[in-house]
Design a protein around this ligand. Structure first.
Ligand SMILES: Nc1ncnc2c1ncn2[C@@H]1O[C@H](COP(=O)(O)OP(=O)(O)OP(=O)(O)O)[C@@H](O)[C@H]1O
Length: 254
């Protein structure tokens, strides 16, 4: 379980997050939504210890990652797979070398075991044949899937996705959504997805956390997200759906 407690973060004069508290439960898929610049990525980076809060703390399985020594933080990070926005693959490496990287760096598996795990991960993301190809030879959607294969290589307990469908066409976005759901079910991972894509939110998320005005304005189950009693949330959700031109699978109030 991940517990974010009274988190505050500023950069110089810019207050980004104020008193944000949020629990992320085992096995759920939580979407972090909000306008551009509302602090979604900043919040996500705190979850994996890439940023430290000015005040407050983040507990991962009861470990306060804001105060532990680096070696302990490194241990905690082994339980995380992160899919960064652009995929963040190493251009000079082939796809299989990219997927092997965390296994070589963080595990003590033999070369044969690493080779087998790389093949398994590429199979899981339905890309069994791209191993010898470099990122430049792949489409945007394929690169995301290779990056996803790398993110799951160490069999993480938590996967963090930063805008997993941004820049992809609707069909490729649906494939990525299917993979996120498939991995959540097959690997029983806890997923945190930062996204603008409300279609994707309705496809994959169990709950959403809506950041607005530096705070966590609303947290709740996806089927409660059309909330006419909360005009700020309602106008964000409606505008996002209109913007992407999609129709949510969840039912909207009439
Ligand atoms: N390392 C940093 N140094 C200074 N300012 C930062 C840093 N990281 C983020 N910010 C600022 O914090 C604010 C929130 O950024 P963040 O990337 O979390 O927004 P976001 O909600 O993820 O936006 P988007 O949807 O556009 O990606 C922005 O104003 C951004 O410029």
């Amino acid at each position: 379980m991940i517990q974010i407690e009274h988190l505050h973060k500023s950069f110089g004069d810019l207050d980004v997050l104020e008193d944000v508290s949020l629990n992320i439960h085992e096995g759920e898929t939580l979407a972090i939504i909000g306008q551009s610049g509302s602090g979604k990525s900043v919040l996500m980076k705190h979850i994996v210890g890439l940023l430290s809060p000015d005040r407050g703390r983040v507990l991962v399985d009861d470990v306060d990652i804001c105060s532990v020594p680096y070696e302990r933080l490194r241990e905690v990070r082994k339980h995380f797979g992160v899919l960064f926005q652009g995929g963040a693959l190493f251009d000079s490496m082939t796809s299989e070398e990219n997927v092997a990287f965390p296994l070589e760096y963080f595990s003590s598996r033999s070369p044969a075991e690493i080779k087998a795990r790389v093949a398994e991960c590429l199979e899981l993301v339905r890309m069994p044949d791209v191993g010898p190809k470099k990122p430049a030879e792949l489409s945007g959607g394929m690169r995301k899937r290779v990056a996803l294969a790398r993110a799951i290589a160490l069999e993480p307990k938590y996967i963090l996705y930063d805008e997993p469908t941004s820049g992809l066409d609707p069909k490729t976005s649906n494939t990525i959504d299917e993979l996120i759901q498939q991995l959540a079910e097959e690997m029983n991972v806890t997923s945190v997805v930062v996204t603008h894509d409300m279609h994707s939110v309705f496809n994959i998320a169990d709950r959403a956390a809506f950041l607005y005005g530096k705070s966590l304005h609303w947290v709740g189950p996806i089927d409660a997200i059309h909330n006419r009693d909360d005009p700020v949330l309602d106008s964000f959700v409606t505008a996002s759906e209109y913007h992407v031109g999609t129709h949510p699978t969840a039912s909207s109030p009439s």
